[in-house]
Design a protein around this ligand. Structure first.
Ligand code: DGY
Length: 321
C-alpha cells in the first residue's frame, strides 16, 4: 500500500519530522518566508494532508485545488487563517495545538506587561546610546504593577494562566468573557466584569485573550480605547486583528491611553514605515508568544499526531469543530 503524502509548509522541529517520516512521504517547504499561495496549492495537490502555519491562507479554493486532502493540521492554537466551514463542507478534518502553548504565551504576556510598565525597551536603548550619565530621581519613571488593576478580556486557558501569574504580583484582576460565571470567576480568584466596557474602564493594564473571529475583529476600536484610563497600557498576545490599529496609533499619539505592548499586529509583519513603529509608547515584538524551544517541539509533535491520525482517517487527537 502506498504511504500517505503530506506537505509541511515550513521547517518544523526535527523530532516531529522524524515522527512523520516514519509513516508518510513528507515534503517540507524549507524557505524562511511562507510558500506563496499558488505554490502552496501546487505543492499540496494530490496530498492526503497538510501541516500548516498561521501564515498560510487555507480557503475553499485551496482545498478544491489541493483536491485529495483528508486533513489540515495547523501548528498553532489559533486557526483564523483556515476556512473551517469550507473544510467541514468538504469532509476535511482540521486540527490545532491547544494547551501546550498556554504557559509560554502567558509568560510572554507578563513579560510585555512588566516591560511596558517599567519602560525596559527605552531603558535598554538609553544605556546603549550612552545617555546614562547619572542616577536621576525623575528619569524613566514607569507604572507600578504591584497593586495595579488588570483587566483580562477573554478568559480561556491563556487568560486564566495570566491571572495565575498576575496574582503573584498582587494585581487586582477582573476578567470579562461571555461564558464566565460568578462561580468560575471566584474559583480563579478574579472579579467578573459583566460588560467589556466595565472591564476596559477599570484596567490599569488591559490584556487581550480572545480568539480572532467575526465577533472579535476590531473589538478594541476607537470607542473602546476611549473607555480605558488615560494611564492604561494595552497588551495584545492573541491576534492583531482584534485591535483597530489605526485607532490605536491615534490613541497612543494623543494620550487617550498611555501605552501598548504587542506581540501581534495587523498586518504581520509590519511594514517598516508603519506609523506605530515610530511611537515611543508602543513596544512591539514579532509574534513570539509560543516561541520557546520546548513549546515549539510540543506544538510540532501535536500537529504531527493530528496529521498522522487524519491521513489514516482516524479521529484527530485535537480536532477543531
Ligand atoms: C497560536 O498558536 O495561535 C499562536 O499565535 C502561535 O503560536
Amino acid at each position: 500500500m502506498s504511504r500517505p503524502r503530506v506537505f509541511i509548509t515550513r521547517a518544523i522541529p526535527e523530532v516531529a519530522l522524524e515522527r512523520l517520516r516514519a509513516s508518510c512521504d513528507v515534503d517540507v517547504w524549507e524557505e524562511m518566508l511562507p510558500p506563496p499561495y499558488e505554490t502552496l496549492i501546487a505543492r499540496s495537490r494530490g496530498c492526503d494532508g497538510v501541516l500548516t502555519m498561521l501564515t498560510d491562507r487555507i480557503d475553499a479554493h485551496f482545498m478544491d485545488q489541493a483536491g485529495t486532502l483528508k486533513v489540515i493540521s495547523q501548528m498553532a492554537v489559533g486557526y483564523d487563517n483556515i476556512d473551517i466551514a469550507a473544510a467541514n463542507a468538504r469532509g476535511i478534518a482540521v486540527g490545532n495545538t491547544p494547551g501546550v502553548l498556554t504557559e509560554a504565551t502567558a509568560d510572554l504576556t507578563m513579560a510585555l506587561l512588566l516591560a511596558a510598565a517599567r519602560r525596559l525597551a527605552e531603558g535598554a536603548a538609553y544605556v546603549k546610546n550612552g545617555e546614562w550619565i547619572t542616577w536621576h530621581p525623575t528619569v524613566l519613571l514607569g507604572a507600578d504593577v504591584s497593586g495595579a488593576a488588570l483587566a483580562i478580556i477573554g478568559f480561556g486557558r491563556i487568560g486564566q494562566a495570566v491571572a495565575r501569574r498576575a496574582r503573584a504580583f498582587d494585581m487586582r484582576i477582573t476578567a470579562f468573557s461571555r461564558s464566565l460565571t460568578d462561580e468560575a470567576a471566584a474559583a480563579h480568584g478574579v472579579e467578573r466584569a459583566t460588560t467589556l466596557q466595565d472591564a476596559l474602564r477599570m484596567g490599569d493594564f488591559v490584556s487581550l485573550h480572545v480568539p480572532l473571529t467575526a465577533d472579535t475583529r476590531r473589538l478594541i476600536d476607537a470607542d473602546a480605547l476611549r473607555m480605558m484610563k488615560r494611564t492604561a497600557i494595552l497588551i495584545n498576545t492573541t491576534r492583531g486583528g482584534t485591535v483597530d490599529q489605526a485607532a490605536l496609533v491615534t490613541a497612543l499619539r494623543d494620550g487617550t491611553i498611555a501605552g501598548a505592548a504587542l506581540d501581534v499586529t495587523d498586518p504581520e509583519p509590519l511594514p517598516a514605515d508603519d506609523p506605530i513603529l515610530a511611537l515611543p509608547n508602543a513596544l512591539i515584538v514579532p509574534h513570539i508568544g509560543s516561541a520557546t524551544i520546548a513549546t515549539r517541539c510540543k506544538m510540532a509533535l501535536m500537529a504531527a499526531d493530528n496529521l498522522i491520525a487524519g491521513v489514516r482517517g482516524e479521529p484527530l487527537p485535537n480536532h477543531v469543530f
